[in-house]
Design a protein around this ligand. Sequence first.
Ligand SMILES: [Fe+2]
Length: 227
Amino acid sequence: MISVKARLCARIESVSSLSPPQGNLENHMRPTEMLSADHRVIEQVLECLEKLAHAASSGRGLDLERGNTVLEFLSMFADRLHHGKEEGLLFPMLQARGMAENVGPIAVMLNEHDLGRSELARLRKALAAVDPAGFASAASAYVELLRDHIAKEDGVLFQMAEDRFSDVDRQCLVAEFDRADRNQLGSGVRDRLVESANSLAGSLGVPFGASRSQAPRSRSCSLWPCP
Ligand SMILES: [Fe+2]
């Protein structure tokens, strides 16, 4: 079975050998805009998680039902689908356009994805054990990690990507992101998760776009080692 990465590379090769695409992408969503749109939904759920963590740490109990809804969303939408698109499609395309894999932005992002998976495992364990303090601790660490991670991507990495990509690259990624959104989790699952995020946010009074992620002001070498 052909891997997603191999299929992406094959698409880049096959599309690159054809005539340049007609028109431009000005009227279409760019691949980095598709990922940023995912970020807005993820941030909404982070706000919900922060509220649940605050309730758990202030003696108001651990809301197992909402906690498990958040965990399912973060595991499926944020990690498996969204981080899957970055790891399987965006990063390989960046590598194909000259960005190193083992140092710099890609290495930092991959490490943060792994740290996030560790915090999700802690969150899952705390929910299973009905452990409010453990839940609050893992939730706070995860929220802080993901907000900072999203700010780096939206504020710096995605502009670096746009500077490197051609219109053909963008068209390949948009097509592959769309395919992943439809198929990666199974038919209709992405839409169901977004609906559950919206209804969770509604039940907790979290408005859409209530982001606390702070975009970095510059492409500082403090974000990752400068090449
Ligand atoms: Fe992301």
